[in-house]
Ligand binder design. Sequence first.
Ligand code: IPE
Ligand code: IPE
Ligand code: MG
Length: 241
Amino acid sequence: MSSDTTVTEMNTPQHLAIIMDGNGRWAEKHGVARAKGHEQGGQTVQRVIDLCLEKGIKWLTLYAFSTENWGRSRIEVTYLMNMLTKYLKERLPEMMEKNVRLHAIGELYMLPKSCRKQLEENMERTKNNTGVNVVLAISYGSRQEITAAARKMAEMVQRGEISPADITPELLSNNLYTAGMPDPDLLIRTSGEMRISNYLLWQISYSELWVTDVLWPDFGREELDKALASFHGRNRRFGKR
Ligand code: IPE
Ligand code: IPE
Ligand code: MG
């Protein structure tokens, strides 16, 4: 590492983003239904939130359901929506106890009403918590997010509130679902796929990447530590030398 390396405090990421992939493959490997894999994946979520609290990672953004995932079978989609609603309801006391603040990004209007209501309740109840910010990306697609931001800015121009010259990267950022949140420092994808799958395209411009073959239900301390150790040694140049 060169001496002019840009290092963050102790080099722990402030914001960790995760593509939680591999529930289906985990289920296949264990000869059980996909639903069981998703259920195990839900357990991993709690484990990872606890690890973030322990390690002082202040932001954790989890890809829970993509815009494209609406194209899965109705049975699987329904299962995932019910599981999410149940998870949010059951874990609310624990979120309060552990000082977790919940946020959500995505086309939330697409969610079943009961799920959306529960999500809103969790966000409202946890809004003053300060331990860790957990951002659930649900019904989320980055291209859709950027398109919506472009539309909002076009409307601002149309209303005469801004001129086209006022459209800057900052203004665009402020019109994304993630407005006000820091960009991810580290992006982890489980289950080995070397792709982004429409996740935070704008926000990960300078994120460090880590892909592990470990399936999401098996992800835990050991794997996170490997990713953090790698991150610690990275030289984040941000285009400078
Ligand atoms: C990730 O696991 C969970 C969601 C996308 C909702 P998958 O269901 O994509 O698992 P694989 O990729 O089939 O193993
Ligand atoms: C990405 O996983 C979405 C989530 C983890 C929620 P997918 O399994 O949907 O991605 P692809 O289909 O492998 O690109
Ligand atoms: Mg997958």
